[in-house]
Design a protein around this ligand. Structure first.
Ligand SMILES: Cc1ncc(COP(=O)(O)O)c(C=O)c1O
Length: 406
């Protein structure tokens, strides 16, 4: 719907779609990877055949190696093997398969308010209740999760709580990164409250490698020594190509069998050729070279967006935003009385001024912490630096006009 609106007005500056920058897509590296596979008569035939449902082993090995390196875990660890790594069609498929396998309709997933809206839609499709808890500029609040669990327990619903969903790096939409102490607190909470059944943490690390400032943090998954409480979801969509649809997950041991069986019934495994391409891209060092360029490009976009917020939104009373240090989004808060919804007074006015945003209300779970109507998600991935600046200026003009009228 939002997308249709944007497409019907090509002159609009869209700060809405969370797509990646078209100009940065790795056309040359991808062609080289295809050429290398095509030049090997054995590999091309293997790649053109069905693969295994769980995914191409060399790719899973490369993913595991990268993850262990990032998390500071020795490569010869016996904590985890590639048997627990599954390749999926984007991380969305992983998130869906985990939901469909591990949860029943009527189960509860604790989510930040706000959270990634496509995941909220996916939970809704599964009949799983997304129950929101408050976040601040550092992400989900462990004490709010604890309070919500206590409340659900008092209401006799603890046995329905199946998991806690959290985007630990540069969240979509809020741009927040969960500090280390909150990661361990969440894990501790999930363990302590697994009184009736296991409460899984679904850690979504889609934006981990799009880091523009500060140090990388160990994943929440890495704090879970046994790996029994955490699913880690990753993807090459944001850092390489969403068109390849290569995502991955690290699963608790007992979920591997059921999830792979379910995936087998759905699709027999993700496109094998794309997995060979991704493995080649990683093994030849193309991925790291591309990532370095990408991070520079997006860092500049992020800084431009934040500077434009400072310049144009800063002077407006009651308007603030989170300082994103990675990812693709800036989360903006307007005065309480400004409704940013599509049917509200700001949305159409912003379009009249020439820009499009995502109303924050789409990012809220339908239960739990209240839906905040005065929030906006801005994406800076696609537009040029100039368009980012203009888009934010147009938004500021629309807000200013409205503030004068109200
Ligand atoms: C937080 C988050 N998780 C997961 C995804 C899924 O991406 P993909 O299915 O392309 O891996 C996205 C895409 O926008 C996202 O923002």
């Amino acid at each position: 719907m939002l997308m249709a609106h944007a497409l019907s007005r090509p002159d609009l500056v869209s700060l809405a779609a969370g797509f990646v920058d078209q100009a940065t897509l790795p056309a040359d590296f991808t062609r080289e990877a295809f050429d290398a596979i095509g030049a090997d008569p054995d590999e091309i035939r293997v790649a053109l055949q069905y693969g295994t449902t769980i995914g191409y082993p060399p790719l899973r090995r490369l993913i595991l190696q990268r993850l262990l390196e990032a998390d500071g875990i020795p490569l010869d660890t016996n904590r985890v093997s590639i048997d627990r790594i599954i390749i999926t069609a984007g991380s969305n498929q992983l998130l869906f398969l985990v939901g469909d396998t591990a949860f029943d309709p009527g189960d509860i997933m604790i989510c930040g308010a706000p959270s990634y809206f496509v995941y909220l839609g996916s939970l809704q499709n599964l009949g799983v209740r997304a129950v929101g808890v408050d976040v601040d500029e550092n992400g989900i609040l462990p004490e709010a999760v604890e309070a919500r669990l206590a409340e659900l327990d008092s209401a006799g619903q603890l046995d329905r709580v199946g998991g806690i969903y959290v985007t630990t790096y540069y969240d979509n939409p809020a741009g927040t990164t969960l500090p280390s102490d909150r990661r361990s607190a969440l894990l501790d909470i999930a363990r302590r409250w697994s009184k009736r059944r296991r409460i899984l943490i679904i850690e979504d690390a889609a934006y981990r490698e799009l880091r523009y400032e500060g140090e990388d943090l160990p994943s929440l998954w890495s704090l879970d020594e046994t790996g029994a409480h955490t699913v880690l979801a990753g993807t090459f969509s944001k850092t390489f190509s969403p068109g390849l649809r290569v995502g991955w997950g690290v699963l608790p041991e007992d979920l591997v069998g059921p999830i792979v069986a379910h995936k087998g019934n759905v699709d027999f495994g993700s496109p094998n050729l794309n997995q060979h391409v991704m493995a080649t891209v990683l093994a030849r060092g193309y991925y790291d070279r591309h990532l370095a360029l990408l991070v520079d490009t997006y860092r500049e976009k992020c800084n431009t967006a934040l500077a434009a917020c400072e310049e144009y939104l800063g002077p407006l009373q009651g308007v603030r935003w989170y300082h994103s240090t990675g990812g693709l989004y800036v989360w903006v808060q307007l005065p309480e009385h400004i409704d940013t919804a599509m049917g509200g007074p700001l949305f159409g006015r912003a379009i009249d001024h020439g820009m499009l945003y995502v109303p924050g209300e789409h990012c809220y779970p339908s239960e739990g912490a209240p839906v905040r109507k005065n929030m906006i998600r801005l994406s800076f991935g696609v537009p040029s630096l100039d368009a980012i600046r203009r888009g934010i200026r147009m938004l500021a003009d629309a807000i200013e006009e409205l503030l004068e009228e109200l």
